[in-house]
Design a protein around this ligand. Structure first.
Ligand code: 6PG
Length: 247
């Protein structure tokens, strides 16, 4: 059963603080329960402030990073030093400022052929979770962003990646961006114990109203298909992003 919470935040700073507190609580609970915390990070720009906060002295010391495994929800098919790389964004905001064993962050090798990168990344997931064939990994936390078109991770409207039911990770070509991406698939995301959307900015107000309000018949937005079967779904949304929803 999906439990859903929507938390309206004054601004990105409050959203990041709430997300950081949640991250720390989930991390420490998971580590007590299983000895480790496995999280998939969101790409894009919104989470930059959260990752910088987690790396700051007030938060950094509260997380046993040697027991944390960092994955990425998706990646652009560019080298790790490319300005569009989600790995580079996390490297700059978080990894460069914390002490975490190299074997604890699992980069998508997006400089490779997209299909090779997807298969390699799927193997990295299978290995850590020690999955039997057909089993799904249960991430302790998956952070997601939201595009104005309702995409999340690299699951875009009308894209075949949305219907992937077997693979954990797929390579996908996004026509409108003329770009190849690698992404976790819907079954993996919906298996997570907790999913937290981080959404900020007036430009997201229309799509937030659609997804958190009444989705008109026939409109099929990828982010609206994020419903963890047995987990918690939390929307951290800034006031400006929620402005049409709250009208
Ligand atoms: C990516 C993300 C993508 C992102 C949204 C929102 O690789 O870009 O995975 O799903 O979260 O596009 O991006 P912003 O946070 O930059 O608005």
């Amino acid at each position: 059963m999906t439990e859903r919470d929507t938390i309206i935040c004054a601004d990105t700073e409050e959203l990041s603080r709430k997300a950081a507190e949640r991250f720390i609580r989930l991390a420490n609970d998971a580590i007590v329960r299983s000895g480790r915390f496995i999280v998939a990070l969101s790409g894009g720009s919104t989470p930059r402030a959260l990752y910088s906060l987690l790396a700051s002295p007030d938060y950094n010391e509260r997380i046993p990073w040697n027991k944390v495994h960092l994955y990425w929800g998706d990646e652009r098919c560019v080298p790790p030093h490319h300005p569009d790389s989600n790995f580079l964004m996390v490297q700059e905001t978080l990894l460069a400022n914390i002490t975490i064993p190299r074997e604890n962050f699992h980069r998508i090798a997006a400089e490779l052929d997209p299909k090779v990168a997807a298969a390699d990344y799927e193997e990295q997931v299978r290995k850590l979770f020690e999955l039997t064939p057909g089993a799904l990994p249960r991430f302790d936390l998956i952070l997601l962003g939201l595009g104005e078109d309702g995409h999340t991770a690299s699951l875009f409207p009308e894209n075949e990646a949305l219907n992937e039911a077997h693979h954990l990770v797929v390579a996908t070509y996004v026509e409108k961006l003329n770009a190849h991406r690698v992404t976790l698939t819907l079954p993996v995301i919906n298996r997570a114990a907790e999913i937290v959307f981080l959404v900020a900015g007036q430009d997201k107000s229309a799509v937030i109203k659609l997804i958190l309000g009444e989705l008109p018949e026939g409109i099929n937005l990828p982010a609206a298909r994020i419903r963890p079967a047995n987990g918690r779904l939390v929307w951290l949304v800034t006031k400006d992003a929620a402005s049409e929803l709250l009208q």
